[in-house]
Design a protein around this ligand. Structure first.
Ligand SMILES: [Ca+2]
Ligand SMILES: [Ca+2]
Ligand SMILES: [Ca+2]
Length: 285
């Protein structure tokens, strides 16, 4: 009896401890489940927080830059052969024939890295979606050259190899829109960084040139929306779609922060863009 009782006690104890173990496992499982739910919720909250912060940043950036940006190439990649469209439309570009990345210190503009074009065969091929079909527009860029020999070309948009849009010859700037030309006479090759902005009203055909945040003049060229079914390049003048380059018309020097907006920006907006770039530039001089 004693033996049996002891056995029974043993069984009972064993059962009790076994039950406790199962309970423990269940509790552990529940805790695990609860904590994973809490973690998932936390991660969700964090993710939403990050998304909200990202959206807020993106919208403030968009406000700062103007919601009409079609392509912004800050040229801050610093390496590789792709330049990304910082306006967020995926109108990226490809370095061709070896434009050389310069560090921010080498650029000296305070706008991150920039690109050195060799004045020979270098160019960047940009997505034409950034410009095709635009009626009103603004094209802006920072450039630096002291070249006195070439009719250097910063950017050229073409449909069939024509001059759909081009600010041609940095020694004495001519602005072409739809093969009509305005000879501004502006020299941009004094060896300093220059901020060029060209606005165009597609209805009236009015074109304005701003240099370093100041209006230099205006003219009336052909009206109507741009046909950029061909090629959009930095650093070369095209006589054929994406080709027919001429070294005497190639860009020799530095380019940075190229932008295309689907509106003819106001003087105030252009001065804001200029101030954003020049602020750090002056600080470094
Ligand atoms: Ca080259
Ligand atoms: Ca840059
Ligand atoms: Ca040519």
């Amino acid at each position: 009896m004693i033996v049996y009782h002891n056995l029974s006690m043993h069984r009972k104890l064993h059962n009790e401890s076994a039950f406790t173990l199962i309970e423990l496992l269940v509790v552990i499982a529940i805790i695990g489940l609860l904590s994973s739910i809490v973690l998932v919720n936390l991660q969700g909250t964090r993710q939403r927080g990050r998304e909200a912060a990202g959206k807020q940043f993106s919208s403030s950036l968009q406000n700062a830059l103007g919601s009409e940006a079609m392509g912004i190439w800050r040229l801050d990649e610093g390496s590789g052969t792709t330049v990304y469209d910082n306006a967020g439309y995926g109108n990226n570009g490809t370095l061709t024939n070896g434009p050389v990345w310069q560090t921010e210190a080498q650029c000296g503009l305070g706008l991150g890295s920039c690109l050195l074009f060799d004045g020979s065969d270098d160019y960047v091929n940009l997505d034409t979606d950034a410009m095709n079909g635009l009626n009103d527009f603004t094209v802006s860029y920072w450039m630096k050259t002291s070249d006195t020999t070439k009719a250097g070309t910063a950017i050229h948009a073409t449909n069939t190899g024509n001059n759909e849009f081009i600010p041609y010859n940095y020694r004495s700037l001519q602005v072409y829109v739809k093969d009509t030309v305005w000879s501004t006479g502006e020299a941009l090759n004094n060896g300093n960084w220059r901020f060029i902005a060209i606005t165009r009203n597609g209805t009236t055909g009015k074109v304005e040139l701003f240099v370093d945040g100041a209006l230099e003049g205006s003219s009336t060229l052909a009206a109507g929306s741009l046909n950029v079914g061909g090629c959009l390049v930095l650093g070369q003048e095209q006589d054929a779609v994406c080709g027919g380059f001429d070294t005497t018309q190639a860009f020799l020097g530095l380019l940075d922060d190229v932008r295309i907006y689907a509106t003819d920006l106001t003087l105030a907006k252009i001065q804001q863009l200029y101030a954003e770039g020049i602020q750090r530039h002056l600080a470094e001089q």
